[in-house]
Design a protein around this ligand. Structure first.
Ligand SMILES: *Cc1c(COP(=O)(O)O)cnc(C)c1O
Length: 398
C-alpha cells in the first residue's frame, strides 16, 4: 500500500495545453506521470486540485461562519484560485506582498490584515488597496493604524487576545495577543475610533483538543463583558488540524459543531463569526516529489529537506506520509523498513529522523512522494545552498 509501481512502458499521460489552462501549470494524472515527463534535476512540488476543492467545500459548507483563508500556509496562485472557485471570499494576509498577490489575482477578494504588528508603510499601502480590517494587540498599534490611514473612520479593528496555554501542537500565543487586563482597556479605547470592532485569537496550529475553541470563546466573552462595549465580530482563528501519520484527529464536523455551540452559548451568535483555516485547507492538497541521491544503510540522502519543504519533519520530527515511485524495473520489494532522511544542504540540521517506512530496496534514483506538504511545506522552502525548485505541477488524481 505504501508503494506504487508503474511499469516503465506506461506512457505518461500529459494533459494537452487546453487542459493546462485552468491551473497554468503542467498537468498530469499521477505522480509517476509527472516524474516520467520531468527533465529537470530539482525536487517537484505538487498541487492536487481535487483535494484542495474537497477541503474548501468542507469548510465553506460546514464552518459556522465566514471562511477566511490564512494565505501564509500556501500562497501559490493556483491554490488561491481554486479556493476562490470553491467559494472562499475572505483572505487573511500578513504582509504587503501577500496583499498585492491576492489583490492582483482575485480583485474581488476581501482582505484582512491580521498580523498584529505591521509597518506604517504596510498599513498605508493596505488601506490604499482597500483593506479595512486590521488586527492589533497594543495601543501603539492602534495609533499607528490611525496615523497611517489619516484617521480613517471606516476601520474594522480586530483585537488579538493572548490565550491561556492550550494543547495545540504549535502554540501561537507566545508572541502576539493582549492579556486580560490589556484586552479590556484596548476594547474600550478602540471602540471609540473603530467603525467596527472585532475580537480574534489563535488557539495554536494543529489544535487536537476541540474544547480549546470553547475555552477561548468563553475567555473572549469575559473580556467583552468586562469592557462593556459592543463587538461586531468574533474570529476563532486557525488551528484546524490535519491527519498526519500517528496523529489521529477528530472529524472536522466535530470542530464546527463545537464552535457553533460555543458561539451561541456565549452570546456571539448575532454577530459575524470568522474562522481562519490555513493548514486544514491545503495540507493534503500538496506534496513533494523528491529523489534519492544516495543510500547509506537506512539513511536516504534526498534532494529536498528541512530547508526545502520538509522543515516540520526536521524541526519537529513530524512524520509525513511517504510513497515510493519507481518508473523502472524491478518492482520495489514488498517488505518495508524505517528510513531516516537527509536533505541536500551541507547543514547537519538538515536531518529528518522519521522513521519513514519505505520498501527495503529503496535506492538511488528512486523518487519518494512525501504527502501532506501543501501547508507550511512548499511555503517554507528556502534557496539555501542553491537547492530549490521552481517546478510545481498539478496532479488530477484524488
Ligand atoms: C497562521 C495563522 C492562521 C492559520 O493557522 P492554521 O493553524 O494553519 O489553520 C490563522 N490566523 C493567523 C492570525 C495566523 O497567524
Amino acid at each position: 500500500m505504501l508503494n506504487t509501481y508503474l511499469a516503465a512502458s506506461t506512457a505518461p499521460s500529459v494533459e494537452q495545453p487546453t487542459q493546462l489552462q485552468p491551473y497554468g501549470l503542467p498537468t498530469y494524472v499521477t505522480a509517476s506521470d509527472a516524474i516520467a515527463d520531468f527533465r529537470g534535476d530539482d525536487q517537484i512540488y505538487v498541487l492536487y486540485p481535487r483535494k484542495i476543492e474537497r477541503a474548501a467545500r468542507t469548510f465553506v459548507s460546514g464552518f459556522p461562519g465566514e471562511v477566511m483563508y490564512a494565505v501564509k500556509a500556501n500562497p501559490h496562485p493556483s491554490l488561491l484560485k481554486i479556493l476562490w472557485d470553491e467559494g472562499v471570499r475572505d483572505f487573511d494576509v500578513a504582509s504587503i506582498r501577500e496583499i498585492e498577490l491576492v489583490r492582483d489575482l482575485l480583485p474581488a477578494a476581501k482582505l484582512f490584515l491580521m498580523h498584529p504588528i505591521k509597518s506604517r508603510a504596510t498599513i498605508a499601502r493596505a488601506y490604499e488597496l482597500g483593506v479595512r480590517d486590521f488586527s492589533f494587540d497594543h495601543a501603539d498599534e492602534v495609533q499607528k493604524i490611525l496615523d497611517s490611514t489619516e484617521d480613517a473612520t471606516d476601520l474594522s479593528l480586530h483585537l488579538r487576545l493572548a490565550l491561556p496555554k492550550g494543547d495545540a501542537v504549535m502554540p501561537l500565543s507566545g508572541k502576539f495577543g493582549a492579556d486580560y487586563d490589556t484586552a479590556v482597556s484596548l476594547l474600550i479605547s478602540a471602540r471609540a475610533v473603530a467603525a467596527k470592532l472585532g475580537i480574534c485569537f489563535h488557539v495554536g496550529s494543529q489544535c487536537l483538543a476541540i474544547n480549546n475553541y470553547d475555552r477561548a470563546i468563553a475567555f473572549a466573552r469575559r473580556v467583552v463583558d468586562a469592557a462593556g462595549v459592543k463587538v461586531d465580530s468574533i474570529d476563532v482563528g486557525g488551528g484546524f488540524p490535519v491527519a498526519y501519520p500517528e496523529m489521529p484527529i477528530p472529524p472536522m464536523s466535530d470542530y464546527f459543531d463545537a464552535i457553533g455551540q460555543s458561539v451561541k452559548a456565549h452570546g456571539f451568535d448575532a454577530i459575524a463569526v470568522y474562522g481562519e483555516p490555513g493548514r486544514a485547507l491545503c495540507a493534503e492538497g500538496g506534496s513533494t516529489l523528491t529523489r534519492v541521491e544516495l543510500r547509506k544503510g537506512s539513511d536516504l540522502y534526498l534532494n529536498d529537506g528541512t530547508y526545502g519543504s520538509l522543515f516540520d519533519a526536521g524541526q519537529f520530527g513530524w512524520k509525513f506520509p511517504v510513497k515510493l515511485l519507481r518508473n523502472r524495473p524491478p518492482a520495489p520489494c514488498a517488505n518495508t523498513i524505517g528510513f531516516r532522511f537527509f536533505g541536500p544542504t551541507c547543514d547537519s540540521s538538515d536531518t529528518m529522523i522519521g522513521p519513514f517506512h519505505l520498501p527495503a530496496d529503496t535506492c538511488e534514483g528512486d523518487w519518494i512522494e512525501v504527502g501532506h506538504l501543501g501547508a507550511y511545506g512548499q511555503a517554507l522552502a528556502t534557496q539555501f545552498n542553491g537547492f530549490h525548485s521552481q517546478h510545481t505541477v498539478i496532479l488530477l488524481d484524488d
